[in-house]
Design a protein around this ligand. Structure first.
Ligand code: SF4
Ligand code: SF4
Length: 486
């Protein structure tokens, strides 16, 4: 039965409910997917193992960095305001790189969807991967589809209690390690694990672990296909990326219909290849019947393809009654024409150009990324000070960003303002010609710029820092104020 069949059309509801109030709500029927084997199922297992392996193990990868810098290859260091990804270190000012990565990922997803349909949903999405894992655990403990249905219908007894309890405990355990792995991306993994075992974990970390454990448990254990059908926005708008040449899961109506049970060769002659065994429906994780045509619930996981192929093998018919195909090819086959595959289409070409452009821009941004920066903040109060000799002085907070892994010495100059002299207020031994900034850090300096009374007027000028060793420089424009108002 398809998901859509659970909801009567308005007219049907009127008829069937004559004399009683019309019911517009139907409870969600629980789906009991059956185990299946085949090429796509094997591929899904491989994807699941690789994705989970990357997710759980990545925080333990080490990457040598100088000094006190963390040696975790992938780390989002919130207190230190840095993100580390192998050789790349992203500062808060470089959040555009993160935006670039997200845009790249989105366009890649659009590109893949326009070519291969919902393969992301069917094989790689977190919801699919974790739901698959939870279903596997459920199947190992409670048995396959029929056994699980029987168990759910059976009265409460010892077998039901221990099987259900073990399933839920296993799900919670997976939820805990999933949540634990997530927080490892924000902390030094070995230290955090040690802290967890010593009970010294912070409340924030604990709250995240509990919250993510529960969300994994609920999403993969209970919500499952309903997340894809009702919650995921991508499922709703991805049809905008489809065209008639996009791969979808299709049932070959011309070959399969009229469907009918295998009742002997004579009767079979008038029937199509579909023996109406419903195996394709039983294995479907979203509980739909793909023979009714493409439906929004279909995540293109291909399990019905494996199921039907196994049936076709058994009855000695050619495979691929249900298969990945394009809408155009399904129509061509129905008309007896040869199917064709068009990979180069306007939208795939647009997406390729867009991806190449974004990749080039991001690569350029990363390669030309300066390891030196200057921020200047003019004093707000007082805006200026008139000295006893008539000269005007303005105060500035200066931040010098040193992204390199060595201590740097800088010279500060002002450009575009006449009669100016600079002074520094420093508790260290810093001078205007020797501002020292430790590696991978920001140096804060209090600077005064004084202009003699002969040249003192409101001005727009720039501060510039020059690396005393490499002569690399960075400049920032700011203002000099001599009076309040116009
Ligand atoms: S119809 Fe087939 S491809 Fe679509 S979700 Fe169900 S099993 Fe997966
Ligand atoms: S598995 Fe194949 S033969 Fe069986 S009902 Fe589905 S389409 Fe028909």
């Amino acid at each position: 039965m398809s998901q859509n069949d659970k909801y009567p059309e308005d007219g049907a509801a009127d008829e069937s409910s004559a004399g009683s109030p019309i019911q517009y709500f139907a409870a969600q029927a629980k789906v009991y997917p059956r185990a299946v084997s085949g090429f796509l199922r094997q591929f899904k297992w491989a994807v699941l193992i690789i994705c989970l392996g990357i997710y759980y193990l990545s925080p333990f990868l080490r990457w040598a960095r100088p000094g006190d810098l963390p040696d975790q290859a992938i780390l989002i260091d919130l207190p230190g305001r840095r993100a580390y990804f192998f050789m790349f270190e992203i500062w808060p000012q470089e959040v555009y790189i993160i935006a670039g990565i997200l845009i790249f990922a989105a366009v890649t997803l659009f590109f893949v969807t326009s070519l291969l349909g919902r393969v992301w949903c069917g094989f790689f999405c977190f919801q699919t991967v974790w739901t698959d894992l939870y279903m596997w655990v459920e199947r190992v403990i409670q048995g396959d589809r029929n056994a699980r249905m029987k168990l759910d219908k059976s009265p409460l007894g010892w077998e039901k209690i221990w099987k259900k309890c073990l399933t839920h405990l296993s799900w919670l355990f997976i939820g805990v390690i999933t949540a634990g792995a997530f927080v490892l991306y924000f902390n030094d993994a070995p230290s955090l694990i040690r802290d967890i075992f010593h009970g010294e974990v912070s409340r924030t970390v604990l709250a995240f672990i509990i919250g993510l454990t529960l969300s994994t448990y609920i999403m993969a254990g209970f919500a499952r296909e309903q997340v894809c059908t009702y919650m995921c926005p991508y499922a709703r708008f991805q049809s905008a990326m489809f065209d008639k040449q996009t791969l979808i899961i299709g049932y070959d109506q011309a070959r399969g219909e009229p469907r009918g049970k295998n009742k002997g060769s004579e009767l079979r002659e008038h029937l199509g290849d579909c023996i109406d065994c419903s195996l394709c429906v039983q294995v479907c994780p979203t509980g739909i019947d793909i023979r009714n045509g493409l439906q929004i619930q279909c995540i293109a996981c291909g399990l019905c393809v494996d199921a039907c192929n196994s049936v076709m093998d058994k009855i000695g018919k050619p495979r691929d009654l249900v298969r990945y195909d394009t809408e155009e090819n399904i129509e061509l086959r129905a008309q007896g024409h040869r199917p064709e595959l068009h990979l180069l289409r306007p939208r795939t070409i647009y997406y390729t150009i867009l991806l190449a452009t974004i990749s080039a821009l991001m690569l350029g941004a990363l390669l030309m990324r300066p390891d030196l920066g200057l921020n200047v903040i003019h004093d707000r109060n007082p805006l200026f000070v008139k000295l006893s000799n008539g000269d005007i002085r303005n105060g500035y907070d200066i931040k010098i960003i040193n992204k390199s892994y060595e201590t740097k010495s800088f010279r500060l100059v002002s450009e575009g303002i006449e009669g100016a002299s600079l002074a520094i207020q420093s508790a260290n031994n810093d001078t205007i010609d020797d501002l020292s900034v430790p590696p991978d850090s920001v140096g804060h300096f209090r600077i005064f710029l004084t202009v003699d009374k002969k040249h003192a007027q409101d001005a727009n000028f720039q501060f510039k820092i020059i690396d005393n060793k490499t002569l690399a420089s960075s400049a920032t424009r700011t203002i000099f104020i001599t009076k309040i108002g116009d």
